[in-house]
Each structure stands twice: as C-alpha cells, then as structure tokens.
Design a protein around this ligand. Structure first.
Ligand SMILES: [Zn+2]
Length: 374
C-alpha cells in the first residue's frame, strides 16, 4: 500500500483507486477526464430539447405499426424513473422492462409499480430463477474478488437484450448520464459481459448444485460477432441533453408520483446496498459513495465540504447494516463463520479465473483502429 492521497477538487482518494494520479495542483485524473468529456456534454446540452424532440419524433415515426416505440429498463432508481417520466412528456409508447434478480427492495417495487400505472406503461418483469441466481451469487462471494455484483449486472443486460429481440424494438432509452455519474473508479474494473469468466468462477467457487441453464446470459459471440443485428438497435441517453440533477429528479418524482427515495445510489437492490455498504468497505476499505459524491461535486451539485461531511456520516446505522448483512447471508446460505472466512480470503481478480481477456483486448484494439472518437 502506498501513501494516502486525496484529490483537492473532488474527494476521490487512494482507497477508491489505489492508482489515483494527482497533478501538481493536487487535482486527480478523474477530474481531468471529467473536464475533457464535459466539453462534449456542454455541446449536447446546447442542442438540448430541440435535439430530443427530433430524436423522439424519429422514434415515434419508426414505431408506427409496432406495439411499442422503445424499450426502457426500469430499476426503480432515480435515473430510470425520471427517464420514464420524461419519455411520457414526449408521448413515447414505452415498453418498461424490469429485471428481478431476487434483491428488490420493497420501495423499489412500489416505485416501479406506481410509476408504470400512473404513466400507463406496460410493465414486463423478467424474474430470474432464484435457485440459480442464489448459487451463482454465492459462488462469487467465495471467489475472493471485489466485483461480486457481476451476477446481477450480467443478467440485467442479457435479459433486457432478450426483450429487445422479442419485441423487435429499435430503440432503447437509458438513464445513465454524465451529470450524476461522471466519476467512476477504474479500480477492479472488468467487463461484466465475460460469460467464460462467470462460468469459470461458478465452476471453481460454486457448490455445483445447479446448472446455469436458467440464467439469462450472453456469450462473447452473441455480443460482438452478431453485431450486425445490434446495429439496428439505437441507444439513446436523453438525460445528457437536459439540465439534469439528482435533486431536481427526486423532487419531480416525489411530487408527481409519490415516489420514495431509498437513501443511496443503486440501493434499489438490497444486494447492492450490502455490497457497497458492507462488503467493499470491510474487505477493501473502498466506499463507493466516494465516486457518487465526487460526481456530484464536479457536476456542481454539491460542494466539496458538503461531500466530505456526507462521507463522514455512515450511510446507515450499525444496527441497520448488521441486519442488512444478516438478511443477505441468510438468503445466500452463508454462515457467520463463512462470512468471516470470506473477509480474509486471498485477494483475487477476474484474471485468476478462466476468462476472455485476450479476446476483449483484441476487440478493443480493433475498435480503436476503426472508431477513433465518436
Ligand atoms: Zn478529483
């Protein structure tokens, strides 16, 4: 472990990324990356509603004669909920898709249902087979890796992609946005799409009780080689074209839908809450709030002082965290002794298991040659 460093502009530090680079003014590489992209984002915002109107009109035009104009993945979180509201303002006929991997918080379910019924959207919920999900999730917990939330991420994307094909939608609306997610730690990053990796980890760390047949997945070839098919799907990120802020979104949702905030980014999943509040801090000393808060600071939604103050306050009480941990462990059949063992397992990465890293690297190189800058 090197010496502790923290950025003077945002609050990224060496716990959130051990490879953090500070310039001579004490400003980190994430801030510099943010500034570089911010220029592009400013241009998008200038195009703003005019651009959105033209895109949405095109979506409606292409949707004529079809059941839906576009698909929107809805988690019950702030961004996707606000996007559902925005799409209605423009009269889009939305197919709302929710993937239930067994960890939904009650509030998230309420948010999704009340929003969809008030907006008049058809809601399709894909329920992941729980025994399969449980065994895979459990295997990850014993893998010794940081990103134990991959089983959730992978099936969210795969199941949504299945729905795109099923309903022949040509457009997908996505809620990710630069204003509130501009900073994301690059530490421990690995593509959640690597099916070889997921299967390998399951084989080595799982109990082998169940096959992964029922788990929605995508292999490398489906994702990359059949790209011809995917070219016909356009992904639109409308929140980058409006003056978007977390505060504004929450206020609007509460006012219009009686929507309820659940107290943290991605806490719509109880596993993610445990992963971010307990697993990462206890095993890696990494508090993901640092990324989220840094995003809000550089995005101008929060001052650095406010951010530091929020970081100094625990996200939940000790008792709440203990209860949340017990809930997750029980659901995954993990005993208290096993949990203690998990916290002291040798540190591993995705590359310690079978993986498609070489294939990914090759594709990144090819992509870099052909697509310089979008
Ligand atoms: Zn910074």
């Amino acid at each position: 472990m090197g010496e502790y460093k923290i950025c003077k502009r945002c609050i990224m530090d060496t716990t959130s990324d051990p490879n953090l680079i500070l310039d001579e003014n004490g400003v980190c590489n994430y801030c510099h990356d943010f500034d570089a992209v911010a220029k592009k984002m400013e241009y998008k915002k200038q195009q703003g509603t005019k651009y959105l109107e033209s895109v949405f009109n095109k979506i409606k035009e292409d949707g004529k004669g079809k059941e839906y104009d576009c698909l929107l993945g809805i988690s019950g979180g702030v961004d996707s909920s606000y996007l559902a509201y925005l799409a209605k303002q423009y009269g889009l006929r939305v197919l709302a898709v929710h993937v239930d991997a067994g960890w939904n918080s009650e509030l998230a379910v309420q948010n999704i249902q009340s929003m969809c019924s008030k907006l008049g959207y058809d809601l399709h919920t894909v329920v992941i087979d729980w025994p399969t999900m449980k065994e895979l999730q459990r295997a990850y917990m014993f893998s010794g890796m940081a990103k134990v939330d991959v089983p959730q991420d992978h099936c969210f994307v795969a199941a949504t992609n299945h729905m795109i094909k099923k309903f022949h939608t040509k457009y997908v609306l996505r809620g990710d946005n630069y204003a509130t997610e501009g900073i994301l730690s690059k530490a421990y990053q690995y593509p959640a799409g690597d099916w070889i990796n997921i299967k390998g980890i399951y084989k080595q760390c799982g109990r082998g009780k169940i096959s992964l047949k029922k788990y929605p997945h995508e292999n490398f070839f489906k994702r990359y080689i059949s790209i011809g098919e995917w070219k016909s799907v356009t992904i639109v990120r409308p929140l980058d074209y409006i003056d978007y802020s977390k505060k504004m979104a929450i206020e609007t949702l509460e006012r219009e839908f009686g929507w309820k905030y659940y107290g943290g980014k991605h806490y719509e999943s109880r596993f993610t809450k445990f992963f971010q509040e307990t697993y990462l801090p206890q095993r890696y000393g990494w508090d993901k709030r640092r990324d989220h808060i840094s995003s809000l600071i550089v995005g101008g939604e929060m001052t650095r002082e406010e951010g530091l103050r929020e970081m100094a306050t625990p996200p939940s009480t000790e008792q709440e965290m203990e209860e949340e941990k017990d809930y997750v462990l029980k659901k995954l059949d993990i005993t208290e002794e096993e949990w203690k063992k998990i916290l002291t397992l040798p540190y591993k990465t995705e590359k310690d298991y079978p993986n498609s890293e070489n294939l990914y690297q090759f594709c990144r190189k090819v992509k870099h040659i052909f697509i310089r800058d979008k």
